[in-house]
Ligand binder design. Structure first.
Ligand code: TPP
Ligand code: SF4
Ligand code: MG
Length: 351
């Protein structure tokens, strides 16, 4: 894989965050994706979200599968842990890493081919188990890396570059994530950084399975008239339900909102999500209503974006299994193996 390091020099007046780091400290190497690819905008949004949250880069683990989207972790968070897995297998590698070291912040980056086709089962099980992670699908409706075949998220009737219509029905990743029990579900657009950055920040702060479907046009194979994942189509059919502000548990919480237009969701760690409502009848904590709302708007060809669902009392895989607070990889032999006497007692209790 081509690797183009970025020059280290930067403007001395670049802003610092609470850790004294600049935005540049959250970047990776120079992207080798096609100029204008939506995936690069998502990388930039991840850089900004992590910088603004003052996350220590070495506390983050970024994992991906195979595809142009899955190449992107090379282009952000150069100082984070990284694992580029096999096609569609990111979720199980991430689950294993999370079980071994619960103290890292897990960021899974995948594509619609990687997660809705070959990795669909993997995606489903990581979500239903509530793995504590931010799972982003960079959704362009095609297999970009293998030159533009329709993926499982391509809309029925959408046309490829040569004008041939897709005859198969699409998988809607956000509806699927909702049905599987994700405790944070959002959709955004690579061309809408004002919405995407706070959505990623909120997902990173969330405890449990946070899923973001990000429509990310492939400028080389799926940005023409007839595509429902092109920049023009998404801009014309984007129906945002809210604007999001993230106030972390660490920040002072200031209530500067007009009652009736803003919804506050307090998270498990005391942090708050401040949602400026655009669709007044939209309740972000109602899973069933969210599913109905999505189906209704999809039937009109609209793409609903924003924070679609959040469970403020969410828990994760470790909570469900009552695992030890101390990460497994920090335990010594004696803690990992309690010895034959403990095994004998356990066996006796089962007789
Ligand atoms: C086991 C396996 N099967 C098939 C492939 C070929 N392949 C590579 S990337 C890809 C699809 C990628 O599509 P997507 O996840 O949507 O990423 P994009 O390139 O569109 O960002 C496929 C089928 C592979 N690398 N490995
Ligand atoms: S082929 Fe498409 S998805 Fe891949 S880098 Fe180019 S524009 Fe992006
Ligand atoms: Mg794709």
């Amino acid at each position: 894989m081509t690797y183009l390091p970025k020059p280290k020099l930067h403007h001395p007046d670049l802003a610092n965050n609470d850790l004294g780091l600049t935005r540049r400290d959250y970047e990776g190497s120079i992207s080798t994706l096609c100029a204008g690819c939506g995936h690069d905008s998502i990388s930039a949004a991840i850089v900004r979200a992590c910088f603004e949250l003052s996350l220590p880069p070495h506390r983050i683990a970024k994992l991906s599968g195979i595809g142009c989207s899955s190449k992107t972790p090379t282009y952000f968070l150069g100082a984070a842990h990284g694992f580029n897995s096999v096609h569609g297998r990111m979720p199980s590698v991430l689950t294993g890493a999370n079980l071994a070291n619960r103290d890292l912040i897990y960021l899974g980056v995948s594509g619609d081919g990687d997660s809705a086709s070959i990795g669909f089962g993997q995606f489903a099980h990581s979500i239903r188990r509530g793995v504590n992670m931010t799972y982003i699908v960079e959704n362009n409706g095609v297999y970009g890396l293998t030159k533009g075949q329709f993926s499982a998220t391509a809309d029925k009737g959408a046309k490829n570059k040569k004008g041939v219509a897709n005859v198969d029905g699409p998988i809607d990743m956000v509806s699927t994530a909702l049905q599987l029990g994700a405790t944070f579900v959002g959709r955004s657009f690579s061309g809408d950084k004002a919405q995407l950055v706070p959505l990623i920040k909120a997902a990173l702060e969330h405890k449990g399975a946070a899923f973001i479907d990000c429509v990310s046009p492939c400028v080389t194979f799926n940005n023409h008239v007839g595509s429902t994942k092109s920049f023009d189509y998404v801009r014309e059919h984007n129906e945002a339900v809210n604007f999001l502000d993230v106030i972390t548990g660490r920040d002072e919480i200031v209530a500067d909102y007009a009652p009736g237009t803003v919804e506050i969701v307090t998270m498990h760690d005391g942090g708050q999500l401040k949602l400026r409502k655009l669709a007044n009848d939209y309740d972000v904590t109602d899973r069933v209503a969210a599913l109905h709302f999505l189906q209704q708007h999809h039937s009109h060809g609209e793409i609903v974006t924003g924070l679609l669902y959040v469970d403020p009392d969410s828990d994760d895989l470790h909570g469900f299994h009552n695992t030890a607070d101390k990460p497994l990889n920090a335990m010594q032999d004696a803690e990992l193996c309690p010895g034959s006497a403990a095994l004998t007692r356990l066996n006796a209790s089962l007789r």
